[in-house]
Structures are given as structure tokens and as C-alpha cells.
Design a protein around this ligand. Sequence first.
Ligand SMILES: [Zn+2]
Length: 445
Amino acid sequence: MILIKNIAVLTQNKKREIILNGSLLIDKGKIKALYRRGTALKEAGKEIKIKKIIDGKGKVVMPGLINAHTHLAMTLLRGYADDLSLEDWWQNYVYPIESKFTKKDVFLGSLLGLLEMVKSGTTCFADFYYYEEEVAKAASLVGLRGVFGSGILDLPTFYFKTPFLALMLAKKFLANLSEKKYSSKKINYSLVKGSVAPHMFQTTSLKTYRKSKDLANKYNVLLQTHILETKQELEYSLSKYKKRPVEVLNQAGILDKNSLLAHCCWISKREINILAKSGASVVHCPVSNMKLSSGVMPLPEMLTAGINVSLGTDSACSNNSLDMFQEMKTAALIHKVNKLNPIVANAQIILDMATINGAKALGLDNEIGSIEPGKRADLIILDLNKPHLTPLYNLVSHLVYVAKSSDVETVIVDGKIVMEKRKLTKINEAKIIKQIKNRYSKIKI
Ligand SMILES: [Zn+2]
């Protein structure tokens, strides 16, 4: 049992309550109790055996951040191809170098991404790539929660040569997860959930999208995909299908509450209404969209329509980091300047996107995304005793506009401490960084 005492608790519960001097009791992976004042060491007259006490004076505990869209293995390509359009970036740089990737590269790239995510306060993420079991293995070793999808497309990749094989591998991944075939004495996959991940319109035919959805339905898992990221994608859809992408997917029966659509920069009003009716969630990835000059997602319009919008970094190859604090600040700012209106996308809306909305997008809002008794204990503790966080008028505003990932001191996932005093507890960070530097860095410093 862990007790976190004398701490400000940003609950993100329905009332968005903030408890200024609270305590949290964590037991068997869950938030057992939330006390509103001071320290509580007794419950129902019984002495509670506390294994660890964390004194939270001058600190805040909040739900761990949820990165709803990334491709962790691509962290190996951070800074590899910058200042390019998405088409040029993907066709001429990323796709050719990825064709030389191996299973081991996927594992090491994922480990590197995971180190960065833990150190910047992310406790849960949605990923899709190839050799996804390696990504899930890396996450399980580090101790993070995630939703993982084996990428599916019609183009050949280093993982498969045909869409038939892509679907076979995706099915095998889901079957192995449901039959617990990956679990071993050394690695516990209990925080791993499967999904199905068709890539995008230009690389994935409607037939492949349909088969992907059949697979997602069979296993009752999320279907995650990229959509309307660029103007070129919209033009491709209009020329091939004579319809816009959301209309195509909707008519094919692919959109429902188990759909998660990344980007939506070029979405129309009509498509927004279709999405709202379908119950599908969206992931906003503003930094990647800005860096690749893809466009600006109409966030205020989507929120007004009642769509669940979450937040993601996309890969470190197009971002170039996995820092959700940076993503939150950018998400808040881009819409203010885009609409010339400081009221849109306020700090609370953005914080919701990075926590409870992310949980809902991944189908995990009954388990994570807020601090409430009975939910799994996925939490982060930030130290507020910093010059840049002083003075303090509004906690939510500070977390979105000022806090840095380096302010995250402790990370707890499913009740287990995965980082304490900025040191990872389950894995040797220095050893992994050394290995990656030796194997990949072009410039040795
Ligand atoms: Zn992506």
C-alpha cells in the first residue's frame, strides 16, 4: 500500500475538483481512497499497513498523461528528416530507411521512446507500427500501459509484403494477446491491450480498411488510423471515391465508438457531424501537423459538435519529441491564433484532452484518466517548488502553459512506481541510451 500525503490533488473527476491538501491511498493497483484533508492513516477503525509514504508538500498529483497517437519505434528517426512536406518526408526519407529496420530496431526504438514518455509524465499511450509485440514487450518492461496495433497497409513494408500478410500478422498479434501467449515469468503483459491499425487512405485500400474493421469487431478492439492529415489525402479520396474520407469510412460501416482517428486537419462541417453521430474519437496532434505543415484541425468546431477529442504527439520523427506537456501548450496556443480568439481551447479543455478524453478514446475511461477511488492508480507527481511555477494562481493554467516535463518527479502506473525522483525503477536508462547512441547516432559526442 502506498500513501501520498499532504498533496494537491488535481482529480479530473466529473466536477474537475482540485483538493489542495489531500491524501491518496493506493492498494493492489487501484486508488483505494482519496482523503480531502491532511494525512489519514486509519480507515474504518483498522490500522492500515503502509509500505511506502510519499510526502507531497509543495507538489501536485494528477492523472498520468495519455498520448493517444504515436509510433514509438520511429523515435530512432528523431531529427533524421526535418523541414519537409509529409509526402516528401514519408516517401523519400522515412519509408526507405524503415525498409532496413529489423525486429530489434523496433524494440530498441520503442524502449527509447518509453524512457522519454515516462520522464515526461505519460502513463498510457496508443501506438501502431510493425512487430508491435516488440513495442508491447518494451512497454511491459518499462511498466507503461498501452493500446497497441499492428500496422496494416497495401504497400510492402519491412514486416510484410502484401495486405493479406499484414492482416494475418495483425490477427496473430491479437490472438496471441488474448491467449496470453506473450506473457512469461519475466514479462507481465497485463497492461497491454490490442487494436487494429490500417495506415491511411493513400496506402490502404477500402477493401483493406473493411477487413481491418472486421478484425477489430471480431476481437472487440479499437481501430486506429490516420485520416485527413493532408490536403493531398483529401484530393486522393475525392478523385478515387468521389467522396470525402469520413464519408467513405462511414458508408463502409467503419466508424463507431471503437474508432480512433488521428489528425482530421482537412475535415468538413458535414464530416464533423458524421463523426459526432458515429461516436468515434479523434486524436489531435498539433506539433506534428505544424512541423509537416499539414494543416490545423478545427478543434472548437469538433468540440461544439460533441466529438471526444484526445491529444497525441505522433512519432518523434515528425514532432520531434514525445513530450505531452509541450503538446498541451501547443494545442492551446495554435487555436487561439488560428481563430484570433483567446477564449477557444482554454487550459481545462486541453488538460481534459490529455487525460480523461484520452482514456475515453482508448476505451479505458472506466479505469484511468481521473483520480477517483476504484480507478487504477495511473498518476504523476510534479514538484511545484520551481521559479517558473511561482507564483501560483491557477493550477490548471500552470500545468498547460508553464509546467515542463522535467517537473515530473514521480510516475505511478497501475499502482507501481515506475519513476521516482526522476529515476526509472524497472529499467537501466543509462545503459539503453548508451546502446542507442552506439548503434544509431551519426554524430558521436
Ligand atoms: Zn501517426
